[in-house]
Write a protein that binds this ligand. Structure first.
Ligand code: GLY
Ligand code: MN
Ligand code: MN
Length: 440
């Protein structure tokens, strides 16, 4: 039976990640559940999405699964998953079951999820430390504590319970923040599909009448390209809506003269793309729109150029901010010297978010931004976004021709051995390229 649309060698990709984690832990047991299925209404579920940490180590896509990793001289990786159930498979489709899951995903042992409570106290016995993530789900926390207490109850038979608990996510964050070649292949695919979707949206915008018609073009191209879902809810924001940072209703009419800000990216095999483009519904920027656009474009270029191994995390942001703040001064929106505007924070009225975030399995991906209280050093294999913006709401001192202009330009940038690579470079970005595409 065909079970998946891709051809990942799960053993080759995922088993080495488990081995790396076990080597880093040295001793102890890690426990990691995947995400639960969630109801959307009555008995209808949201489209299922596995937990990103669980997927990173297992590649296993089914709900009701828990992974256990025992470190030590002979590490063991164990999966608990749903049983084969031919009756349920008639309704819901294929499930691996423990035997096939062990074979395909390269686990040492696989058991029915129904055996989890019975087996965990044995697995945790005499483990010096437990690695798990507590605090996200009270029911899960209680279950883990129940297993620890079940081990403690055996102390008179000479069994020791774990005496330390470590946050597993923190350990995995350091692995996830640097992408391997398999992850980068998926991210390139997500970027290419998403670039095509933006091009399609630009072409459609000229004749569309509502934001949702343009959103439909994005979704069409995502699925047509083989992406499983949008990586996050698409933002398709015309005119003043572009100044609402998390606008997602996408139901307003498009008016000639409006800019349309689209922030949209797909998820391919778990990995996100995150692209923003801002273009005129008519196909031609007005002079004021163009002036602001060129400042944001220059700010983004400054951020991207500052992205290289050895740079600190804040350097792209600081580079973009200087260009944006100078633009605000030049447009008469902020007054005083550049240093003063940067110091007193006046720029925040028009630029209130940061210039990037990690990107990967999660659109705002795992990974610390500071280490030892210092902005983190960029390393080859890290992927981050570069997404400066300029949002001009009507207000005191704002000339009428700038009112309601909201512009963001966002690309996905890989840190390479000697600089950077823009994974989303195929998405038209210059004024000339966008106007040419829309007017062809
Ligand atoms: N689309 C979410 C973000 O740009 O961060
Ligand atoms: Mn982003
Ligand atoms: Mn975005």
């Amino acid at each position: 039976m065909k079970t998946t649309t891709n051809s990942i060698d799960f053993r080759a990709v995922f088993a080495p990640r488990r081995a790396r984690l076990a080597a880093a832990m040295q001793t102890g047991a890690a426990i990691l559940p995947t995400a639960p299925e969630r109801l959307r209404n009555r008995d209808a579920h949201y489209l299922y999405r596995y937990d990103s940490y669980f997927y990173y180590l297992s590649g296993f896509p089914e709900p009701e699964s828990v992974m256990v990793l025992l470190a030590g001289d002979t590490p063991r990786s164990i999966l608990f998953c749903r049983d084969k159930d031919l009756e349920r498979e008639i309704w819901d489709g294929f499930r691996f079951g423990p035997d096939a899951a062990r074979e395909v995903f390269g686990f040492d042992e696989c058991y029915s999820i129904a055996e989890l409570d019975a087996r965990m106290p044995q697995l945790l016995a005499d483990q010096p430390a437990l690695y798990c993530h507590l605090g996200a789900d009270a029911d899960w926390d209680a279950r883990v504590l129940g297993w620890i207490n079940a081990v403690r109850a055996q102390v008179r038979s000479g069994v020791a319970a774990p005496s330390a608990v470590h946050d597993l996510h923190r350990w995995l964050d350091d692995m996830r923040v640097v992408k391997d070649e398999h992850e980068l292949a998926a991210m390139r695919r997500a970027a290419d599909i998403s670039s095509r979707a933006h091009v399609r949206a630009m072409r459609a915008a000229k004749t569309a009448h509502h934001e949702y018609e343009v959103e439909a073009e994005l979704l069409y191209e995502f699925r047509r390209g083989g992406a499983q879902a949008p990586a996050y809810t698409s933002i398709v924001a015309a005119g003043a809506n572009a100044c609402v940072l998390h606008y997602v209703s996408n139901d307003a009419p498009l008016c000639q003269g409006d800019l349309l800000l689209i922030d949209a990216g797909c998820e391919f095999n778990g990995y996100a793309a995150d692209i923003t483009r801002t273009f005129p519904v008519s196909g031609r920027y007005t002079p004021a729109q163009r002036d602001v656009y060129e400042v944001v474009l220059a700010a983004q270029a400054a951020a991207i150029t500052a992205t290289r191994p050895g740079a600190r995390w804040n350097e792209p942001h600081d580079a973009a901010l200087r260009v944006l703040a100078q633009g605000m001064i030049d447009f008469g929106l902020c007054s005083g010297s550049l240093d003063k505007v940067l110091e007193n924070g006046d720029y925040r009225r028009f630029y209130m978010h940061r210039t990037g975030h990690w990107l990967g399995l999660d659109v705002h991906d795992a990974g610390e931004y500071k280490c030892d209280k210092q902005w983190r050093l960029l390393e080859p294999g890290m992927v981050l976004t570069a997404e400066p913006g300029f949002y001009i709401r009507p207000g005191e001192g704002v000339p009428a021709h700038f009112e309601n202009i909201g512009i963001r330009i966002e690309d996905d940038v890989l840190v390479t051995a000697d600089g950077y690579e823009v994974l989303t470079a195929a998405t038209p970005k210059s004024v000339a390229a966008i106007e040419a595409l829309m007017c062809e």
